[in-house]
Design a protein around this ligand. Structure first.
Ligand SMILES: [Zn+2]
Length: 193
C-alpha cells in the first residue's frame, strides 16, 4: 500500500493533466473519450481518498465508502446512455449535460445514505454517502473540462450551465497530492527522531 501513497499523487496528477489535454482531441470518438475521461475521474477519486486517509479521516478507510467514491466518480455518466446509445435527448432537454449531472444527485444520495446509516448494517449507508462524494468529484471535473460545455449544476432549480476554470480543478487534485506527501514526510521525520 505504501507505493500507492508515494507514487499515487504524481501518477494521479499526470493522468489528470494528460486526460485534460486528450479529452479535447478525442471529442468525436465516444469510446476513446470515455476511456480518457474516466481515467481522469478515477484518478481524481483515488487521490482525494488518499488525501482524506492521510488527514486521518476514518471514513477514507471504510471499504463501502471507498468503493462508493470510486463507483460514484464514474457511474453518473450512465445518464449519457439514452443520448449516446438511443439518440434520445429526453434526459438533457435544455441542459448541456444530462439531468443527473446535478447537485440534486449528490444531495439525494447523501440523504439516502444518512437514512440508511440508522440501520443495523451501516454498509449500504456508507456506500451511498461514498457515491454522493464520488458524484460530487465527478461534477467538479466535468465542470472544468477545457473548452467544455459545463453542466447544469443547480438543475432542477435552473438549467444554466456552470463552467469553472480547468486550473481550479487541477489545483484541487494537486492540493490533495500535497496533503498526501506532506503527511508522508511528517511520518518519516517522526520515525527518524
Ligand atoms: Zn460526466
Amino acid at each position: 500500500m505504501r507505493w500507492a501513497v508515494v507514487f499515487g499523487p504524481p501518477i494521479a496528477l499526470a493522468i489528470v493533466l494528460l486526460s485534460n489535454r486528450l479529452v479535447v482531441e478525442v471529442q468525436d470518438h465516444t469510446a476513446l473519450l470515455a476511456l480518457v475521461d474516466w481515467s481522469g475521474h478515477l484518478a481524481t477519486g483515488a487521490v482525494v481518498l488518499l488525501a482524506l486517509a492521510s488527514l486521518g479521516v476514518a471514513w477514507a478507510r471504510v471499504p463501502a465508502f471507498v468503493i462508493g467514491v470510486l463507483i460514484g466518480s464514474l457511474a453518473v455518466d450512465i445518464d449519457h446512455v439514452p443520448d449516446v446509445v438511443f439518440h434520445s435527448q429526453s434526459f438533457t432537454v435544455g441542459t448541456s449535460r444530462p439531468y443527473a449531472h446535478s447537485i440534486a444527485t449528490v444531495v439525494a444520495l447523501a440523504l439516502i445514505g444518512a437514512a440508511l446509516l440508522c440501520r443495523p448494517d451501516p454498509r449500504p449507508g456508507q456506500l451511498s454517502i461514498g457515491l454522493a462524494a464520488g458524484v460530487a468529484l465527478h461534477l467538479l471535473r466535468d465542470a472544468a473540462v477545457p473548452r467544455g460545455v459545463g453542466l447544469a449544476l443547480w438543475w432542477p432549480i435552473t438549467e444554466r450551465a456552470v463552467q469553472i476554470s480547468p486550473a481550479v480543478y487541477v489545483a484541487v487534485v494537486a492540493a490533495a497530492g500535497l496533503v498526501v506527501w506532506s503527511a508522508l514526510a511528517g511520518r518519516a521525520a517522526l520515525r527518524r527522531r
